[in-house]
Design a protein around this ligand. Structure first.
Ligand SMILES: *Cc1c(COP(=O)(O)O)cnc(C)c1O
Length: 367
């Protein structure tokens, strides 16, 4: 089989998604399955829907269009504020978009009117992470303006944390979001269907037994695909951590010195190569590099160490089981490595078909 390739176990993704959907359903929280890391893969989207997600969310209209053209039948949410230049495409293919700018919502209103459609918006509120969001003090003014716009429906409010400032979702910021929902409803006499509390980083908060308040939706990508929560990158109990793995192929395997020789300056990607010891070590080169993956986000199998990478080469040291040319080595991935590999045209994506049967081996508990 060709390499490098991502092997994607759809049953494991289904298990992860279903487990989270069920745990959160008990709290009155629906799950929007986030597909942006999977480049609009219809196979993965369909597995998420089968696992019970209430909608699909993606940050890029291109991915939503790709899923639509593959006949993925679901409410589609654009979770990044639309570009003005893409407003027409957004109202045609997305049912709902997350917004922070009145100029954009105005344009969506015009585009929706021209297309004779209704477009739903969720207003994103800034609660400290300092990526997207309307400052809470400005929310009422924007709501008032949005409620006037033809062909636009205000579906709710939301927030996003833990992406730029590293701010954790907690009882304080989540109850602030609940209070804002109550206040918008009381001020304008509307009812907000959706109060979307955040992403995979909200799971610790949501599952900790605290008061959930008005939060009735989370948008989950990383936790479903990788089985861990993004705040401390700890495994989530009962989820598979290896639903997606990367397989690379060895193109050189030699005993060579541990240390480089000659005059040392910068390397291809700036960082100096790792020098561990003296003498010869078993080095292998795999045909994977920065063009395919974020090498710093790869987890090598036991007995193999990653020494460095360039654009097209990954250099490893093996302590035992020295690989031969042509051998394949399998790596785990973090989110950064996963996104780059998923979007690299050089990395094949091999889906292991979903059977939707319970795995015969029980998932190990991590506690
Ligand atoms: C990426 C993203 C998500 C999903 O984040 P994960 O950590 O993958 O769960 C949710 N909401 C927004 C606005 C996003 O950009």
């Amino acid at each position: 089989m060709t390499a490098p390739r991502l092997e994607i176990d759809l049953d494991k993704i289904h298990h992860n998604a279903r487990t989270l959907v069920e745990r959160l359903a008990g709290l009155g929280i629906s799950v929007t399955g986030v597909t942006k890391a999977s480049l609009g893969s219809a196979d993965i989207a369909k597995v998420l829907l089968r696992a019970g997600v209430s909608a699909l969310g993606d940050s890029r209209i291109e991915n939503i269009e790709a899923m639509r053209s593959e006949h993925v039948a679901a409410p589609m949410v654009l979770i990044r504020s639309p570009m003005l230049s893409q407003a027409d495409r957004v109202v045609r293919q997305a049912d709902l978009s997350f917004n922070t700018e009145l100029a954009v919502i105005n344009r969506l209103s015009c585009a929706a009117r021209a297309a004779q459609r209704t477009h739903q918006v969720v207003l994103m509120v800034e609660l400290g992470d300092l990526r997207e969001g309307i400052m809470p003090a400005d929310l009422n003014d924007i709501v008032r303006a949005v409620l006037q716009l033809p062909n636009i429906v205000l579906s709710g409010i939301g927030t996003n944390l833990a992406c730029h400032g590293g701010i954790s979702p907690d009882a304080d910021n989540m109850s602030e979001l609940s209070a804002l929902a109550d206040s918008v409803e009381a001020t304008f006499g509307v009812s907000l269907d959706l109060v979307s509390g955040g992403n995979s980083a909200n799971l610790d908060w949501a599952l900790s037994g605290v008061e959930i308040g008005r939060i009735n939706n989370l948008r989950l990508g990383e936790a479903i695909l990788l089985g861990c929560e993004p705040l401390h990158r700890r495994p989530i109990e009962g989820l598979h951590l290896d639903a997606i793995t990367l397989v690379g192929e060895v193109i050189e395997a030699k005993l060579k010195p541990a240390r480089p020789w000659g005059t040392i300056a910068q390397t291809a990607f700036g960082e100096a190569s790792v020098v561990a010891c003296r003498g010869d070590i078993a080095r292998a080169i795999l045909a994977i590099g920065h063009q395919d993956v974020d090498p710093s986000g790869l987890k090598a199998p036991i007995g193999t160490r990653i020494l460095g990478a360039s654009g097209d080469h990954l250099i490893t040291q093996s302590d035992s089981n020295h690989p031969q040319v042509g051998a394949e080595i399998r790596f785990g991935l973090n989110y950064s490595a996963l996104v780059r590999a998923m979007t690299s045209p050089f990395v094949a994506k091999v889906m292991m078909a979903a059977t939707y049967e319970k795995p015969c081996v029980p998932v190990e508990s991590h506690h």
